[in-house]
Design a protein around this ligand. Structure first.
Ligand code: ADP
Ligand code: MN
Length: 522
């Protein structure tokens, strides 16, 4: 307490004159309070006290909020929404942790256990922390069913003669009802009725039970609504939080805006931050001055038709079946990261990976001053530049195939950027596969068709046709001189490879080039 504040208290705050103290209701409060220094000081003091109190009450909350990205010193408090969301998430986690403790206590060593899973705030799929990765018991149980053994025997009464007590006895029944309140949903506060020897009449108990039911349904509905509404938007609160953390950690300076909204992803522009020490055992990394943030959409529907890319990709095969949809989406981001890294290592112009966090991939920005390099489909190139671009792409396709052991699988003028007026950059490689993918060669052929058509239409007379391009990239030397036969041969090759995989449990054979693929980071 600030003694100065008390000493300089204004006269109004002191006891009033004698006539006032005689008044049976005490001294009347002055109607207008002038703002004095002391008031301001005490308000300040009150704030500090409250902060102290909060810190004492929620020490864990503060600690948990400091994930790998956030350090105590630079916790940004400028975004109320973000703060509220972060707090809410932590509260929810706390709540779940408490729930888990209660569940444990409730079940003890009993062989039959009751799961509180339905009462959790954070769904296991939504959470990222490893402590939430525990397998939740699936032994569902009706929480409203009385578990306690009843004291009234089967015959329905105890005692003899006039001491007979039936199951309808008011006291017994009341106590039993009180005990049964324990079976309401955990968030339903029932107090210590048993300790107080509270006796609830059937009528009251039934009303309470009804209320507990409807409360629970209401809460479930609210949760459901929340889930759905977030799925609608491109960037749900959890993604926003993730982005916020990146900014907060200083890894990104600012996220300036959205570059593109596609069916499957949203891309943002951001200014890179300082050097960041991501994880304790990793060296500091230089953040590019401008970054592109690709957020893979968590709306699951869009990804259904992409199954065939990833399902048959042997690199991801084992994992695919075991995953929930949310994790599959993260796998797309992961795939893009691995593929970009391979390309980077081969020296192909492509975005450099900065960091991958769940379904959010941060990479270097191709472009300048927030303006992304135009797609090839959007620039009007001189015939000379067009020719230059063509040869670059021919080269890149060969490198991609031979050095990275990859087929782009969505190569077209939409996914090639013309940067700095001289270099073609490849982007969008989340769907890229290895040539031995069951459909890898078909994808390559499609890529070749797109490229060759684009440049032939663009007036590059040197441009190979799609079959020539296919052979130039793959060295498979398919001789067919028409598209139908060519494709038939491609499919036959794929089948040979597939059979080989079936028989020997590993790929290769029909591919003359490189033997085993280079392993980068899988
Ligand atoms: P989608 O699957 O939605 O096609 P892309 O990876 O092709 O995803 O990104 C969509 C658009 O975002 C691109 O056409 C390009 O304009 C822009 N973009 C993506 N990555 C970058 C990057 N690293 N630098 C600049 N622009 C980018
Ligand atoms: Mn694209």
């Amino acid at each position: 307490m600030d003694p100065v504040g008390v000493a300089t208290a204004p006269p109004e705050a002191r006891p009033g004159p004698a006539w006032q103290s005689k008044c049976p209701w005490g001294a009347p409060k002055p109607t207008s309070i002038s703002c004095s220094l002391a008031d301001v000081m005490s308000e300040q003091l009150a704030k500090e006290l409250q902060l102290e109190e909060e810190n004492a009450a929620f020490p864990e909350v503060v600690a948990v909020a400091e994930g790998p990205f956030i350090t105590g010193e630079n916790t940004d408090t400028s975004s109320d929404l973000m703060l509220a969301q972060m707090l809410q998430m932590e509260f929810d986690r706390e709540y779940d942790a408490q729930l888990r403790r209660e569940e444990k206590k409730f079940n003890g060593d009993s062989k039959v256990s009751i799961s509180f899973e339905n009462y959790r705030k954070v769904h296991p799929f939504d959470s990222d922390s490893s402590e939430d990765e525990v397998d939740w018991q699936d032994t569902r149980h009706d929480p409203y069913k009385a578990d306690k053994p009843t004291i009234t025997p089967k015959k329905g009464f105890i005692g003899k003669g006039k001491d007979i007590t039936t199951k309808h006895d008011e006291v017994v029944c009341g106590r039993k009802n009180t005990a049964r309140m324990e079976n309401f949903a955990p968030e339903f506060q029932v107090g210590d009725g048993i300790g107080m020897d509270l006796k609830l009449s059937n009528q009251v108990f039934n009303a309470l039970k009804q209320h507990a039911y409807s409360e629970e349904r209401r809460s479930a509905r609210l949760h459901e609504k929340k889930e759905h509404s977030t799925a609608e938007k491109a960037v749900d609160p959890k993604t926003r939080l993730l982005l916020y953390k990146m900014v907060n950690a200083g890894m990104l300076e600012t996220i300036t805006g959205c570059i593109s909204t596609g069916k499957e992803s949203v891309v943002f522009h951001a200014y890179g931050g300082k050097y960041v020490h991501y994880f304790t055992n990793e060296d500091d990394k230089v953040i590019p001055p401008e970054c592109a943030i690709k957020v893979f959409k968590t709306t699951l529907n869009e990804f259904k038709n992409r199954d065939k890319y990833i399902k048959d990709d042997y690199r991801f095969k084992d994992r695919f079946s075991k995953l929930n949809p949310r994790k599959i989406i993260r796998m797309w981001a992961e795939k893009e990261m691995h593929n970009l890294t391979r390309m980077q290592n081969a020296g192909i112009p492509c975005p450099q990976v900065v960091i991958l966090k769940k379904h959010v991939l941060v990479m270097s920005f191709i472009g300048q001053d927030q303006v992304p390099a135009p797609k090839l489909k959007d620039v009007k190139l001189s015939s000379e530049d067009m020719k230059k671009a063509y040869y670059q792409i021919l080269n890149m396709m060969q490198q991609l195939y031979k050095e990275c052991n990859l087929v782009h699988a969505d190569l077209s003028e939409y996914n090639m950027l013309w940067h700095d007026g001289k270099v073609v950059w490849l982007i969008d490689v989340s769907q890229s596969v290895e040539p031995t993918h069951p459909h890898g060669l078909e994808f390559l052929f499609r890529d070749c068709r797109n490229v060759s058509q684009f440049f032939q239409k663009g007036g590059v007379t040197e441009a190979l046709n799609e079959r020539e391009l296919f052979n130039a990239v793959s060295d498979l030397n398919i001789a067919a001189d028409n598209e139908v036969d060519f494709q038939a041969e491609i499919e036959a090759l794929e089948k040979v490879n597939e059979d080989h995989v079936q028989k020997h449990g590993k790929k290769v054979s029909a591919f003359p080039s490189d033997g085993d693929p280079p392993i980068y980071d899988e």
